[in-house]
Design a protein around this ligand. Sequence first.
Ligand code: 8YV
Length: 317
Amino acid sequence: MSQPMPKTAEILQLCPLLPALEAALAERFTVHRHFEAGTQGRLDALAPAIRGVVTGGHIGISPDLAARLPALEIVAINGVGFDKVDLAEAKRRGIRVSNTPDVLTEDVADLAIGLIVALLRQIVRGDGHVRAGAWPKGDLGLASKVSRKRVGILGLGRIGLAIARRLEGFDAAISYHNRNPRDDVPYAYVADPRALAAGCDILVVAAAASAQTRDIVDSAVLKALGPRGFLVNVARGSVVDEPALLAALEAGEIAGAGLDVFADEPNVPAGFLGLPNVVLTPHMASATHETRQAMADLVLANLDAHFAGRDLPTALV
Ligand code: 8YV
């Protein structure tokens, strides 16, 4: 009978992960599940031995928790977003941080397109109409055309660009706003988010969350988008002023919104739930079998590299 491999290190897992990733982690490490009450209660006793943390992009690691882990060497993020990890502090402490870029770009872009089409063409309302047996009593009413719309992309990074490429298939007129114009794209650069919103029918938020992008979609941007304009957010809830968005939707200041991300996940303000002109999804842009497996492979590759003393394949710090 083969002997079990000796465990390399003790790690803290901050959220549920793909079962195959959890199994692979358990083969290599002694894993403590921080999201389970028992582990949280024993944290003081466990903390001194914890050398690695595995977390989601939407969760990161709080400064308090990081400060309680004196032996921490690596934070492996199962996601591309690193807005909830203090990279400067990690660098200062010599903690390595990795994420999972590229492998989820296509999925996030696909979901953005899905939200655009679902929102403008009322797919979710149509489905409800048929299921409720309402069709024999009348039609749903007309929707908005998607093809040839003017689309503004806020944040033309890897994901924003993948969204733009897909929209070319819809003959969209694409413009974008970034901190700096790109010289490698055929799309029109717009110098500020308000002007971008004023000049488009659909504003797609794909900007990374940071102190600079917090609430950049504010009430002025929403007003500029106008009563015929739609907002789609696949980035982070913090990039949009959520109370201002809800107010704009309720007042008819914008036409509708497709949202995969929220300010305080998994809590969605109740006001959104009763609105007919929103499509809401539970932060699922990267949640496909294929992509979550690819993300899991990268998380493991980074941890393996770290504990073998090699460079990380996708290091942030
Ligand atoms: C996931 C994400 O929800 O990549 C990100 O930054 O937000 C998403 O892919 C999450 O990280 C899964 O753990």
